[in-house]
Design a protein around this ligand. Structure first.
Ligand code: NAP
Ligand code: GDD
Length: 375
């Protein structure tokens, strides 16, 4: 039985990766941060699945800024594989807390690699959660493993350090350390302040009458959005390759935030009409198709309540999307589109879920939550 150690186990990716590794028969250890309230919501369901769990999941308090704790954990756990997913992962927030972001995302990676050396874990394999944010002001379209980097945020710059320290320790000390350069990947477990989830959550709440308007920043940014569980399977494949190397994981398709918003509302039967420019732009209800909304929620026991409320509440011509410049970034990444050919050829990995299916599964999940819990 192999042993894996996951940092960031309570995050979106950490939770999916845990499920994948448990299913593959791994013993999984995860590092969680001390918090004043519960922060294990994304992995709690695993405790209701004794077959999967079977005393194979262990949680430890720790933090990437606490070196002595990392050393102790490595000595105790002696993992075969380490997945370093922990990060201050929000790009906009990194402009507000740049020092902390660098401490965790850049130096946190170094602390781990040094702990591996100090403890003398010669055989361990290390996965680093690198990111398409490294490409920033893109120097090439699409972006692949050879595209030069040009990060555009304290987050991107911190992750650039993480990327290169992995390459350096691999070359200097022969540590099996690999970078997964992952493009945006989303899911119903995505944090609520990332744009995809912010949109699907708001749309379901607007439809249910719990929220009046969705307020966004830059509607024209383009992202290559994939489905998170597939990317977590890719992380595992990266560490199963015979040699440490760096891989891009992406869908090869790009869409604007505006398209994500339009498609989300279309899924619940609302056509949007955009009027105005820049911060004065708004999205109005052009038409409402109740049959479409009914189809999407046909699985829900509460659909009658929903449809009744939906018909009476929303009106043609009403503004439901607005722009707030507070969500703009001092420097933006305008366009990301990845070329994952190397991963396809060497690892046999390919993104399967298309943009439209991703949006549909996310809005469905949020609608279901709203209908079940009323928030
Ligand atoms: P996420 O949902 O924000 O999860 C981040 C995780 O890191 C959480 O478990 C968080 O703990 C933990 N964490 C934060 N600061 C920490 C610290 N100082 N010490 C220990 N743990 C800490 O992020 P994600 O979307 O799953 O992404 C996983 C990794 O992939 C991140 O490194 C991210 O930068 C990178 N990445 C993500 C994407 C994407 O599109 N999702 C793309 C490329 C790269 P709490 O739960 O306590 O906050
Ligand atoms: N968060 C957010 N909120 N973003 C908005 C909003 C808003 O209200 N309105 C527009 N956007 C735009 C952002 O300006 C950005 O161009 C795009 O939507 C995506 O923003 P996020 O969903 O916050 O993701 P990100 O691309 O900045 O970063 C994510 O992907 C990276 C990989 O490329 C994060 O998961 C990073 O951790 C990850 O490395």
């Amino acid at each position: 039985m192999k042993t894996a150690l996951i940092t960031g186990i309570t995050g979106q990716d950490g939770s999916y990766l845990t499920e994948i590794l448990l299913k593959k028969g791994y013993r999984v250890h995860g590092i969680i941060r001390r918090s004043s309230s519960f922060n294990t919501g994304r992995i709690d369901h695993l405790y209701e699945n004794p077959d999967l769990l079977n005393k194979k999941l262990f949680l430890h308090y720790g933090d990437l800024v606490d070196t002595s704790n990392l050393n102790r954990l490595l000595e105790k756990i002696e993992p075969d594989e380490i997945y370093n997913l922990a990060a201050q992962s929000h790009v906009k927030v990194s402009f507000q807390i740049p020092d902390y972001t660098a401490q965790v995302d850049a130096l946190g990676t170094l602390r781990f690699l040094d702990a591996i050396r100090e403890v003398g874990l010669k055989q361990v394999k290390f996965y680093q959660a690198s990111t398409s944010e490294l490409y920033g002001k893109v120097q090439e379209v699409p972006q692949n493993e050879k595209t030069p980097f040009y990060p555009r945020s304290p987050y991107g710059v911190a992750k650039l350090y993480g990327y290169w320290i992995i390459v350096n320790y691999r070359e200097a000390y022969n540590i099996f350390a690999s970078n997964g350069i992952l493009f945006n990947h989303e899911s119903p477990r995505r944090g609520e302040t990332f744009v995809s989830r912010k949109i699907t959550r708001a749309a379901s709440r607007i439809a249910a009458g719990l929220q009046k308007e969705l307020t966004l920043g830059n509607l024209n940014a383009k992202r290559d959005w994939g489905y998170a569980p597939e990317y977590c399977e890719g992380m595992w494949r990266i560490l199963q390759h015979k040699k440490a190397d760096d891989f891009v994981l992406a869908t090869g398709e790009t869409h604007t935030v505006r398209e994500f918003t339009e498609l989300t509302f279309q899924q619940i039967g609302i056509e949007l009409l955009w009027k105005g420019k820049a911060e004065n732009e708004k999205g109005y209800i052009k038409s409402i198709d109740l049959d479409k909304a009914k189809k999407l929620i046909s699985y829900s026991k509460n659909k009658k309540v929903y449809i009744r409320d939906f018909t009476s509440r929303l009106k043609k011509g009403e503004a439901i999307v607005a722009v707030d410049p507070n969500y703009y970034r001092p420097t933006e990444v305008d366009l990301l589109i990845g070329d994952a050919e190397k991963a396809r050829k060497i690892l046999g990995w390919k993104a399967k879920t298309r943009f439209e299916d991703l949006v549909t599964l996310m809005i469905k999940a949020d609608l279901e939550k709203v209908l079940k819990r009323g928030f």
